[in-house]
Write a protein that binds this ligand. Structure first.
Ligand SMILES: Cc1ncc(COP(=O)(O)O)c(C=O)c1O
Length: 367
């Protein structure tokens, strides 16, 4: 993070200085400028900047006019925010297992989970690779369901349809959401997020919900929230967006180095690529077999190599969600992944020397 920021510090400093100069800290011209730049980059009609990725999901779901008890299908292998907002809004989360190769929501699982009460599907493009959007959209269209893509980890990833068309993650469903948390592929210097849509009505509704449910000042048409991207964060994001392709390529280069080092090892499974999606490696996540993961983590830590477990507990086994009535054994793929995945350092500034140190240390332990 530090070395990435250092390289663009002058540009960032002058961008922040502009905000301070004109003192429009909330809804300043920088927010509108970033919104338009991101719309152009992602080739999407509307970007609605909000305060963080969790708010983006919540506001997106609030804009759909769903009723208490309506069912919303989502993936088991994700950050809690995806599930949390569904529960928070009084909707019923319906959890679906994932594909063992890509870790993205299982299309067959979605088909089985649909009931008369299902109103929406929230696929998550986990670790930077798109879910199987063509099939998900086909299912959604034939069952009259909304699709909200959780694209927090995939800003800049692209998905290719069988007719050759290509779209950015988050711009395929009725709505998409993303996060600008600092470690995300496009990250700011605090919290930030956005909703993406090509649908004019939903865009208007999301803008209104994010602004206390008003279109005209002090006239409140819906129950809303207060969720804004600060002008300073927008100014930073405008600078960083110019480098997003470069950043994603640097992550892909690091992933290719890791792949080469680990491919074919009988105790390590490298990340599978869905041929329909680019992979922008928000995380580089291995699946281990026959390895003591806790000991490996400790060993790496002692060598100064940070590693993370995304995610240690499947959503259906989290204490807060026991009321949903799921039990151990209901989602075997996610349960197994939670026991066996490990994510290695992944950012834009990894050089060959560091990658060599990480991979050789890792392999020394695994043998
Ligand atoms: C898949 C996913 N969804 C939602 C979020 C929530 O984003 P934020 O932390 O900006 O609220 C995150 C962020 O970690 C995420 O990874």
């Amino acid at each position: 993070m530090k070395s990435q920021v250092q390289k663009i510090k002058n540009e960032i400093d002058s961008s922040i200085a502009n905000v301070i100069e004109n003192t429009e800290f909330i809804s300043g011209p920088q927010v509108k400028a970033f919104q338009q730049q991101l719309e152009n980059y992602l080739k999407v009609k509307h970007i609605i900047p909000v305060a963080n990725g969790t708010d983006a999901l919540q506001i997106a779901l609030m804009s759909l006019g769903l009723r208490q008890g309506d069912e919303v299908i989502t993936s088991n292998f994700t950050f809690i925010a995806t599930l949390e907002v569904i529960a928070l809004l009084g909707l019923k989360p319906v959890i679906v297992d994932v594909d063992p190769q890509t870790f993205n929501i299982s299309v067959e699982g979605i088909k089985k989970a649909i009931t008369a009460k299902t109103k929406a599907i929230v696929p998550v493009h986990i670790f930077g690779q798109c879910s199987d959007m063509e099939n998900i959209m086909n299912i959604a269209r034939s069952s009259n369901l909304f699709v909200v893509e959780d694209s927090a980890q995939a800003t800049g990833a692209t998905y290719k349809f069988s007719d050759g068309r290509s779209s950015f993650a988050g711009t395929i469903g009725d709505l998409g959401t993303t996060s600008f948390f600092p470690s995300k592929n496009l990250g700011c210097f605090g919290d930030g997020g956005a909703i993406l849509t090509n649908n004019d009505e939903l865009a208007q509704m999301c803008r209104s919900v994010a602004n206390h449910g008003m279109k005209v000042r002090y006239y409140h048409d819906h129950v809303g929230v207060n969720s804004r991207l600060d002008s300073i964060q927008a100014a930073i994001l405008s600078v960083k967006l110019k480098y997003l392709d470069e950043y994603n390529e640097a992550r892909q280069k690091a992933a290719a180095y890791y792949d080469k080092a680990f491919a074919g090892h009988d105790k390590i499974r490298i990340p599978a690529r869905n041929p329909k999606s680019s992979h922008i490696f928000h995380q580089y996540t291995l699946v281990l077999s026959g390895v003591d993961r806790e000991e490996l983590k400790k060993y790496l830590q002692n060598k100064g190599i940070p590693s993370m477990i995304y995610y240690p507990v499947p959503l259906h086994l989290q204490n807060a969600y026991q009321y949903l009535g799921y039990k151990e054994g209901d989602f075997p793929v996610t349960e197994q992944l939670c026991k066996s995945v490990i994510s290695l350092p992944m950012h834009t500034e990894l050089n060959d020397e560091q990658l060599n140190y990480i991979t050789s240390s890792f392999l020394d332990f695994i043998k």
